[in-house]
Design a protein around this ligand. Structure first.
Ligand code: ADP
Length: 519
């Protein structure tokens, strides 16, 4: 009986695009499997399925593992690489660079041990004039011939290089984003508007004092905000997510977490809407702005204090001037004239001191606080300074310690520091009448301490004393001042490479000290 399928072998090689044509034109007689009219039915059927499939397929046939592949597989061979030489070639000749990897798989299938399955496996191949990292998901399956033996291995595969690369790029981008979030110390959140629950990173949950391993109900987070902020935040969230909104969200509020106190945060986010305009996601970041917020508050307080401090002497000066103008017109020889001239002059001096402090601060800010160092006897400096202060004295200023101590320093600037510390000692001890100044030294440093027996400072305020604008009593009800003297003093001492500090007990008094290098 004539084997019709084999006689009609040509119909099995029909179609198949470029690879169909190349398969038909190929001189199979030159290979071990011979010309197509001698091919077994199983080979013809398998080749036919392969050529007509849109899925990438590859076939090894016979003892030499002679190769076939289809159009869908062809791009995986790249340009200027194995195509079209791979058609009809022996497997071992074609895949030299990966033969040790794939030969065991082929052997496994040929020996009847079943199919293989590999997902996103890296198999670098030579294509496009170079060895390229190529990822594949593939299965090797046996093709059984008419004798019941495995005659070939059919590879159905998919190149997943693009997918794996995108996945790796996404992982890289995620890592970068996480790194940026870490570096910027941001909290992150992602709210599902349907469930009203959100995910957040650990930092955000710690800030709110919420469990780290759970999604969080928005209402619970809102309840952790200070009461006066809640309404404003809820309104901002609704506004960002309502239909027709631009989705933007930008609000600053305070978290009140019993574990770590008040924290001011700036939340910035964006809602994403579906085709119907309903918010489907709402994500964003939280930034801890507590320090900036405090600084802003202090600045605002400072402006109000500074205007008050400037206005008081100005008002007195204006009053003195008005009286003087009047006296000059009406009673040019009045005995009150010197009194009001003195008053005016005192108020002018106060204004000059205030202006001096303000100008010093801007000099420090701009790094323009220049030093003019000379060799000075610091004991003389302190003595002169005390003489000056004793003139209008309410307090007895006592100087103890070294009688002579020479150092290199800017006389005018160190004088400013001593005057500031002694003035503070007087100002903040209204119920005492004693201030003690001590000059001492060791091999490295001179140390000047100013001790008073006044109101003292509570421990929690001590770390901020040398900050700009800081005042223990910011209302300025009891004591006037700008909160700049210690800041300027600390800067002057630091510029001399010295240290400044304070020991104090509330209601007992304070000792402010600074050191200056001897050398
Ligand atoms: P000012 O005295 O103008 O407020 P300072 O910078 O000199 O500014 O001092 C900052 C704050 O430190 C003061 O407002 C005061 O609360 C506190 N302080 C400074 N010196 C003393 C002191 N000897 N005793 C108690 N508190 C002091």
């Amino acid at each position: 009986m004539v084997d019709t399928s084999q006689a009609n072998y040509a119909q099995y090689l029909k179609g198949g695009g470029e690879m169909g044509r190349l398969t038909r034109e190929f001189d199979w007689g030159g290979t071990i499997i011979g010309s197509p009219d001698t091919w077994s039915q199983s080979l013809l059927t398998t080749v036919s399925i392969m050529l007509n499939s849109r899925f990438p397929m590859f076939l090894w046939w016979g003892s030499d593992l002679i190769q076939f592949y289809n159009d869908a597989y062809r791009p995986s061979l790249g340009n200027n690489g194995k195509h079209p030489k791979a058609l009809g070639q022996r497997g071992e000749d074609c895949w030299q660079e990966i033969w040790p990897v794939i030969k065991p798989l082929i052997d496994q299938v040929m020996s009847g041990c079943g199919s293989t399955w590999s997902e996103d496996q890296l198999i670098p191949i030579y294509r496009n004039n170079q060895l390229e990292d190529v990822y594949w998901t593939f299965s090797y399956s046996p093709v059984i011939d008419e004798t019941g033996k495995c005659a070939g291995v059919l590879v159905i595969c998919n190149e997943t290089t693009g997918k794996v690369k995108s996945y790796n790029e996404m992982l890289e981008a995620k890592k970068e984003l996480e790194f940026t979030i870490e570096a910027a110390e941001l909290g992150t959140w992602d709210l599902d508007p349907v469930t009203n629950r959100f995910k957040g990173n650990d930092r955000l949950k710690l800030w709110f004092g919420l469990p780290l391993d759970e999604e969080i109900d928005l209402d619970i987070a809102i309840a952790r905000m200070i009461e006066e902020d809640r309404g404003r935040v809820i309104e901002a969230i609704h506004k960002a997510m309502e239909k027709g909104s631009d989705g933007n969200y930008n609000v600053t509020y305070t978290i009140a977490n019993p574990d770590n106190g008040l924290r001011v945060v700036k939340a910035v986010g964006k809602a994403v809407f579906d085709a119907e305009g309903n918010a489907e996601r709402f994500t964003g970041t939280l930034e801890d702005v507590t320090t900036e917020h405090q600084l802003q508050q202090r600045k605002d307080e400072f402006i109000s204090i500074a205007s008050h401090e400037l206005k008081t002497p100005l008002t007195s000066l204006k009053a003195s001037m008005q009286i003087l103008q009047k006296l000059i017109k009406t009673d040019i020889l009045s005995i009150k004239l010197p009194l009001f001239i003195d008053k005016a002059s005192n108020n002018l001096n106060k204004l000059l001191y205030l202006m001096d402090d303000l100008m010093n601060v801007s000099k420090i800010q701009q790094g323009h606080l220049a030093l003019n160092k000379t060799r000075i006897n610091i004991v003389d400096l302190v003595n002169d300074c005390c003489e000056h202060l004793r003139m209008g004295a309410t307090h007895h200023i006592q100087l103890i310690g070294d009688k002579e101590l020479f150092i290199d320093a800017d006389y005018r600037r160190i004088d400013q520091v001593v005057i500031n510390l002694v003035n503070n000692a007087i100002k903040y001890s209204p119920l005492s009448d004693r201030v003690e100044i001590k000059v001492e030294h060791d091999a490295e440093n001179a140390k000047i301490s100013v001790r008073d027996f006044g109101i003292g400072i509570s421990p929690e305020k001590l770390p901020h004393l040398f900050d700009r604008y800081f005042r223990v009593d910011s209302s300025g009800v009891q004591f006037s001042g700008l909160g700049l003297g210690l800041y300027i003093s600390a800067e002057i001492v630091r510029r001399h490479n010295g240290d400044i500090g304070v020991e104090s007990e509330f209601n007992e008094g304070s000792t402010f000290w600074f050191t200056l290098p001897m050398g």
